[in-house]
Design a protein. Structure first.
Length: 167
């Protein structure tokens, strides 16, 4: 940018513009989610959240660029990263978003935000409450378990274990 400016070319970035409180969520790629569960290495059930693309550029390249998640082949468990948070609303047993927080506790990456409130099945909510963590995996091409299996078999999944934050 500096080279263009030195050459007399006016260059503007979003930071140069005074746009006020712009919701950056809609300016980057985002995902939809569906719930499931898996088993830990010691046979304990663990809730699982699977991501599928909701915007055109969402996919494996986007997740590789925006996260440091492990490649995952449906076996074993990826690392726990407490900076990734799945936000859950106790009052209506729903999920509200999946975010990464920086060292100051501020959201710096938002991959998914609930467009509407949907109460989760009681047994899945109870599992989420017990585990306090969730396996987040993706992306899959569409929201179904066959797509998850196909992506895992093709080596096209990234995963992390995120902390659940109840509010």
């Amino acid at each position: 940018m500096d080279a263009f400016r030195a050459a007399g070319i006016d260059v503007f970035t979003l930071d140069d513009l005074d746009l006020g409180d712009v919701d950056a969520y809609h300016l980057v790629e985002n995902y939809g989610v569906f719930v499931g569960q898996t088993m830990t290495h010691d046979g304990q059930p663990l809730p699982m959240l699977t991501l599928y693309p909701e915007s055109e550029g969402a996919g494996i390249e986007d997740l590789e660029a925006r996260t440091d998640w492990d490649h995952w082949g449906l076996h074993g468990m990826p690392d726990v990263d407490p900076s990734w948070r799945l936000r859950a609303t106790i009052a209506d047993r729903s999920l509200s978003g999946l975010v990464h927080v920086d060292d100051d506790g501020q959201d710096d990456i938002e991959l998914w935000r609930a467009a509407q409130t949907v109460s989760l099945p009681e047994d899945w909510w109870a599992l989420l409450d017990r585990a306090q963590h969730v396996l987040v995996v993706g992306p899959v091409k569409k929201a179904d378990h066959q797509a998850l299996q196909a992506a895992g078999d093709a080596g096209e999944l990234l995963a992390v274990i995120a902390r659940v934050v109840f509010h």
